[in-house]
Design a protein around this ligand. Structure first.
Ligand SMILES: *Cc1c(COP(=O)(O)O)cnc(C)c1O
Length: 514
């Protein structure tokens, strides 16, 4: 983290950046030599291809890039040098829990005995893998205060959909689904919550936050009723504040026959301190790729296990992992008539599950406690230090934060015209990833910061000094902030055009160029 930070720029004469792999392609060039044994296989594949009817065969060539091995190696290394990662520097992207992921977890997940298993293998040959799944389920159930857990969903949003399918099935079973059409979601919720509720066929009802930044109990009482299927809640919420009225909220929802869903994507701040089950929640999803240490960002792989209370266990996806004590064997149980069915092929993202298991065992209960304590300490430290800098403030300041804090740059914007967006861009120049901006929407000019427990105090202090420097630039030579970033491989991009008219493939790019 310093102003000396500079991302690689591979500028060719007439081209702006590292060319696309297609642009360095030369017909006939190859980057690999297949073993002789492949000749026979290729001949066989050729024979199979010939048997495909002419009319459904591809007419145009596939246009794969043709490059040498060293061209390929350099191309991807160049791209890596233009990228940013948690292994390079501070990554305070709010709600994403970009903590350091210990290498030991990677090593274990990549061991041949684990990575070379095949999901079609007979259960008798993969007893160790089943035992690991079984044990992780028990651990997550203990951490969350739930009766049982499915490890099947492959992301947080996928876990939400799984949980909502369970809510639907539960109300169906009671013969009430025709009337119970509504899922209540606070206005500070993660965008996936309303999206998942919608996908599961529910209508979404939004409730506003109170002036303390929590669920407004009066507003909640006013909208619940026989139409309520459930409430989705993030606690601590996206402001980083713990909903102290959670038992009352649980009472209000259960009183009208609804279920309480816990968005446990960011369990970091309460890990081993409080349990969703004890707060009255019926269903919870975990993001193993956030709280339980799997590298993420850029699309996965992740895992979003879902835990449920006793009453909802029959609805869990099939198969469940069971242990036969008499025979001393683990097995997969498909015979569960009330199950919502399958949510994913096989049993979940096994590699991610192994990493979470390794992470939890290496820390132990005491270590998990410490994760929460340091994560909370770091978030409050930054909240305090940054809110003292001119232009920045901490809305809803009455309550302490948990895993993250949301700083507002509204004052900075009013006094200098420099926005949260500009600040985020300038942060990049110091070798730091930007915070989440403009979320949650209840905070003006929001900068959502989650330091996590794995950063040193020195790093946090450097970040504070960077924020202080940006503030003084904004009140002085603000061009530097308005035109940032300057030290990155790619300068300020036209985000509106990138969102509205994205160029996502080689074909689209060629069309755009012509
Ligand atoms: C990240 C996150 C999600 C979604 O998780 P994905 O794995 O990205 O689908 C849901 N809720 C909250 C609060 C989150 O932070």
């Amino acid at each position: 983290m310093s102003e000396g930070f500079k991302q690689a720029i591979w500028k060719e004469k007439e081209k702006v950046l590292e060319p696309l792999i297609f642009e360095i392609s030369v017909p006939g060039r190859v980057g690999h030599i297949l073993p002789k044994a492949c000749d026979k296989v290729l001949r066989e594949v050729g024979d199979v291809l010939k048997s495909i009817p002419e009319k459904i065969r591809r007419k145009t060539p596939v246009n794969l890039p043709e490059v040498s091995e060293i061209q390929l190696t350099r191309h991807y290394l160049h791209l890596a040098q233009m990228n940013y990662a948690v292994d390079l520097g501070f990554y305070p992207l709010g709600s994403c829990t970009m903590k350091y992921n210990p290498r030991i977890n990677e090593e274990i997940a990549r061991m041949d005995k684990i990575s070379r298993l095949h999901p079609y293998q007979d259960a008798s040959t993969v007893q160790g893998a089943l035992e690991l799944l079984y044990r992780l389920e028990k651990i997550l159930a203990e951490i969350s205060g739930m009766a049982r857990v499915t490890l099947q969903p492959s992301a947080g949003a996928h876990g939400e959909l799984t949980g909502l399918c369970i809510i639907r099935k539960y109300h169906e079973d009671k013969g009430e689904i025709q009337n119970r059409r509504e899922i209540i979601v606070p206005d500070s919720a993660h965008g996936t919550n309303p999206a998942s509720a919608n996908m599961a066929g529910f209508n979404v009802v939004t409730i506003p936050s109170s002036k303390e930044g929590c669920v407004d109990l009066e507003a909640l009482r006013a909208i619940v009723g026989k139409q309520t299927a459930g409430l989705m809640l993030t606690n601590p919420n996206t402001l980083g504040i713990f909903e102290e009225d959670i038992l009352e909220i649980s009472h209000i929802i259960h009183n009208v026959g609804g279920l309480l869903y816990y968005d446990g994507a960011n369990l970091n701040g309460v890990l081993n301190k409080v349990r969703p089950g004890d707060m009255g929640f019926d269903i919870v999803h975990f993001n193993l790729h956030k709280t339980f240490s799997t590298p993420h960002g850029g699309g996965g792989p992740g895992a979003g296990p879902v835990g449920v209370k006793e009453e909802l266990v029959p609805y869990l996806p099939i198969p469940t992992i069971e242990y036969d004590e008499k025979k001393g064997i683990y097995y997969l149980e498909y015979d569960r008539p009330k199950s919502i069915g399958k949510m994913k092929g096989f049993y979940g993202n096994f590699g991610v599950i192994v990493k979470a298991y390794s992470y939890i065992l290496s820390l132990g209960a005491k270590g998990l406690n410490e994760v929460a304590e340091v994560a909370v300490l770091n978030a409050n430290y930054l909240a305090k230090k940054i809110s003292e800098i001119p232009g920045f403030g901490l809305p809803y300041a009455e309550k302490p934060r948990k895993h993250e804090c949301v700083i507002s740059a509204a004052k900075l914007k009013a006094e200098t015209g420099v926005t949260a967006f500009d600040v985020a861009k300038r942060i990049l120049d110091f070798g730091i990833h930007a915070p989440v901006v403009y979320f949650p929407q209840i905070v003006e000019e929001a900068l959502m910061i989650e330091p996590t427990e794995t950063e040193t105090k020195e790093n946090l202090d450097t970040f504070v000094s960077v924020m202080r420097k940006i503030s003084s630039e904004a009140y002085g030579e603000k061009e530097k902030v308005l035109n940032a970033p300057h030290n990155t491989s790619v300068g300020r991009v036209d985000e509106v055009r990138a969102a509205r008219k994205p160029i996502l493939s080689w074909k689209m790019y060629q069309k755009y160029k012509s």
